[in-house]
Design a protein. Structure first.
Length: 279
């Protein structure tokens, strides 16, 4: 082989090595620039607006935001298919144990407060209910509005699917873990519940505070209205924190995003979405 041929061959090998190296590095680099958030439909509006604003400020970072429910988000964190799991309820002990068996250490980040509003159709004359009455309705002991001082009609009970963090929080806070009546209609989101209640004069449902609108009426619970002030000070009994779970203490882009959500600017977005900021 001539000297020039050997030189050309060496240059070709070096170039090929660079291409292989780039083929290894670039995908890893690109993967590091993306982030996935999955979970609670309650936390979803916060995650969406925060992600949009965060990406505007950090054009090199892309964020995919999906709903599905708190259980879906936590399961995805355990499976390594999401960076952040949105949840409207605290992670269960069984989920923590399963996570640790997979080498995942769930880390709790509280990003806002929420109230679970009990809602009826705006034409319903009922303005307040006790937790005992709500429990009686949802467990089937009360089936007609006349039993609560309302107009004579069957109560159409709307609940959430069991993968919902809103369902689990409501079950604990309002029902004391009693089982929901088997004939209750179930929905997959806060929005769906609000829509059905808005269209059904005899309906009752429960939704995150951020989903309350003039199309439904939030009743007082134990004499306390579901307001930002009452949620923040703990006077409204159906209140709960909202979470973003990560695998271990957040770092890198994930930490940067959660820090943004917790910043005054991020907490302002929380309030604009109808939830209660921590600051």
């Amino acid at each position: 082989m001539t000297k020039s041929g050997a030189y050309a061959r060496g240059a070709w090998i070096a170039a090929a090595a660079v291409l292989v190296l780039l083929g290894t590095i670039l995908p890893a680099f690109c993967a590091g620039s993306g982030m996935t958030i999955k979970g609670s439909t309650t936390v979803l509006p916060i995650a969406q607006v925060a992600a949009e604003e965060f990406m505007n400020k950090n054009p090199g970072i892309s964020i995919s935001v999906q709903g599905g429910g708190s259980g879906v988000g936590i399961a995805s964190l355990l499976d390594g298919t999401t960076d952040i799991a949105d949840a409207s309820r605290k992670i269960k002990d069984t989920e923590v144990q399963k996570a640790r068996s997979k080498g995942v250490e769930p880390f709790e980040n509280i990003i806002a407060m929420d109230g679970i509003a009990v809602v009826v159709h705006p034409s319903n004359p009922i303005h307040r209910l006790t937790r005992d009455q709500i429990r009686a309705v949802y467990t089937g002991r009360i089936s007609d509005w006349t039993e609560l001082g309302g107009r004579g009609s069957r109560i159409v009970v709307i609940s959430r699917d069991t993968s919902s963090g809103t369902f689990e929080a409501f079950e604990e806070l309002a029902l004391s873990k009693d089982k929901v009546r088997p004939d209750a209609m179930t929905t997959a989101s806060n929005q769906a519940t609000a829509q059905i209640v808005a269209q059904t004069p005899g309906a009752i449902g429960y939704i995150g505070f951020g989903y309350v609108s003039p199309k439904v009426k939030a009743v007082e619970v134990d004499g306390v209205p579901c307001t930002r002030a009452n949620i923040l000070k703990g006077a409204y009994t159906l209140s709960r924190p909202l979470f973003m779970y990560t695998n271990g203490s957040p770092s890198g882009s994930v930490k940067k995003f959660i820090d943004f959500v917790l910043s005054p600017e991020g907490q302002k977005l929380v309030g604009e979405e109808g939830f209660v900021g921590l600051k």
